[in-house]
Design a protein around this ligand. Structure first.
Ligand SMILES: Nc1ncnc2c1ncn2[C@@H]1O[C@H](COP(=O)(O)OP(=O)(O)OP(=O)(O)O)[C@@H](O)[C@H]1O
Ligand SMILES: [Mg+2]
Length: 268
């Protein structure tokens, strides 16, 4: 009869575990394993709960890092979110519609979005906010003011199509072009813009903010009606158009100050 002496499990050194976690690339878990172990002992977690917590913390930290890097690479300015957009101030912007766009189905479907309206009504703010949502949903995004984008397109005018395809503005899931229409384009710029829109058509989404109505686009695109029709045809096929009308948020404070001072004058 063999004596049933239980085999002693080899002692596991915490440093060895840390080292294995690091070698597996689980850096956060490696740095916090002793903390999580202590918490697990204190709260009497079953082993599975401990393992799950360790992995969950690693995933949360990785997602935060991914988001930070993707936001930096996108060129999206900070500080403009859906959370700090005052929908009550701009009734022509339907909250429901923006929330639907924020689900990013249109980006998955490679559709376009055109935001039109006068100065200060929140076009850039909403474009950035939707861009942030897209990054949060895992899409690659590039944000450009038209002027900067045109400068980049001009630098690339002689670049081969193969190399051109690798440019971020060509292959991101969502390209945001802010301030279309402020300045009319030259013939060369309009033709480079056409090349961009045409390449991205069916491949990725474009979000454009503009202060010009569709009828004024030929004037923006170097007066070329044929090119304008070709660009609009691609942009507006499978697209969403938001017409924002209303007061300028920039002038709101001025209006408030004016109202205050006229109120004070009336009371005097
Ligand atoms: N409804 C709003 N709620 C909160 N902030 C707003 C709202 N609308 C605009 N703003 C703020 O007002 C400023 C101007 O808005 P924004 O830049 O989006 O205007 P715009 O429509 O792009 O104007 P422009 O045509 O001159 O570029 C920004 O700082 C923006 O954050
Ligand atoms: Mg703007």
């Amino acid at each position: 009869m063999s004596s049933a002496v239980p085999k002693k499990a080899p002692k596991v050194d915490l440093d060895t575990t840390r080292d294995k976690l690091t070698r597996l690339g689980l850096v956060h878990a490696s740095e916090h394993v002793s903390e999580t172990l202590a918490r697990s002992a204190k709260e009497s977690w079953p082993p599975h709960r401990f393992l799950d917590q360790l992995l969950e913390d690693e995933l949360v930290v990785r997602e935060e890092r991914r988001l930070k890097t993707a936001l930096r690479l996108s060129g999206l300015p900070t500080g403009h979110t859906l959370g700090n957009f005052d929908f009550a101030f701009q009734p022509s912007v339907e909250r429901n519609r923006i929330e639907t766009l924020a689900t990013c189905t249109w980006i998955r479907e490679k559709e376009s979005l055109l935001m039109q309206g006068p100065p200060g009504v929140g076009k850039t703010h909403l474009a950035i906010a939707l861009g942030i949502r897209a990054v949060e949903n895992g899409f690659s995004v590039a944000f450009h003011r038209l002027e900067d984008l045109l400068a980049a397109l001009k630098r690339d005018a002689e670049v081969s199509p193969q190399r051109l395809r690798r440019r971020k503005h060509m292959n991101v899931a969502l390209l945001i072009i802010d301030e279309v229409g402020f300045e009319p384009m030259t013939r060369q710029e309009a033709s480079l813009f056409f090349r961009l829109v045409s390449y991205r058509y069916g491949r990725g989404s474009i979000l454009i903010t503009t202060n010009k109505g569709i009828q004024d686009w030929p004037e923006v695109l170097a007066g070329d009606e044929v090119l304008t029709t070709a660009i609009l045809d691609r942009l507006l096929h499978r697209s969403h158009v938001l017409n924002i009308s209303g007061r300028s948020y920039r002038l709101r404070e001025l209006e408030q100050a004016a109202a205050k001072s006229s109120g004070a004058a009336a009371g005097a």
